[in-house]
Each structure stands twice: as C-alpha cells, then as structure tokens.
Write a protein that binds this ligand. Structure first.
Ligand SMILES: [Zn+2]
Length: 123
C-alpha cells in the first residue's frame, strides 16, 4: 500500500486498441508503477473497459506516456480528443488523407489484420 503516492513519479499513459471496442479506441489512465498496471490490464484487471476489451480478444499497445499523475490525466480526459493525442492515429490520419479532409471526418478505422504491425513505444 502506498501511503503517499505524490512522492513518486506518476505516469499517464494512453493505450491504443487494435480494434475499436464499441465507441472506445483508447484508454487513458495513470499509474505510479506503469509496468505493474499494464500487467494488470493485460490480465483483464484494473479497468472495466480493458477487462471488456481483453474479453473481446482485442490487443492494445501503449501509444504514448506522459510524466504526470491524476491531475494530468484529468486534464487530458477533459480534452476528449484521445485520437489527436495518439501518435498512432495521428500518423495514420495524416498518412492516408489530405489535411483538409480530416475535419468532419472520423479517423480511419484500423484494419484488423495487423494489430501489432508497428510498435510505437515511447521511452
Ligand atoms: Zn490511437
């Protein structure tokens, strides 16, 4: 049990799902021990959404991390623009469509046949 989490460096992380689960394509969270949290998520624990995603057999990857805890997580969630925060979605959006088409169009859905074709971990 961590009595004073603020004394440790928390990490905000953005998970990108290989396929959308209902309306969700991302999960944004924060953790002090990121690796332990990701291991819990991989086992289907720690988040209802990720439990459902795991049960549906959808793989995910860490798209991006930030230094910061719950305050930053709340700020990022307020923006409600996870796809624009996601380097994987951003890269695919700009690579496949001219800039003027991006407004008003949803980002292209990812083909399901290469869920882990690229590893985009940010160290
Ligand atoms: Zn994404």
């Amino acid at each position: 049990m961590r009595l004073n989490p603020k004394s440790q460096t928390a990490i905000c992380y953005l998970l990108h799902f290989a396929q959308p689960y209902h309306h969700a394509l991302h999960y944004l969270g924060s953790a002090v021990d990121l690796e332990a949290r990701l291991a819990r998520h991989a086992a289907g624990n720690g988040s209802r959404l990720l439990a459902a995603v795991a049960a549906a057999g959808i793989p995910w990857q860490v798209a991006r991390t930030w230094q910061g805890g719950r305050d930053l997580e709340a700020q990022l969630k307020k923006r409600k623009s996870n796809p624009s925060l996601c380097p994987i979605c951003s890269a695919r959006g700009t690579a496949s469509a001219p800039a003027q088409r991006r407004r008003g169009n949803p980002p292209p859905r990812h083909p399901a046949n290469h869920p882990f074709a690229e590893k985009n971990y940010e160290s």
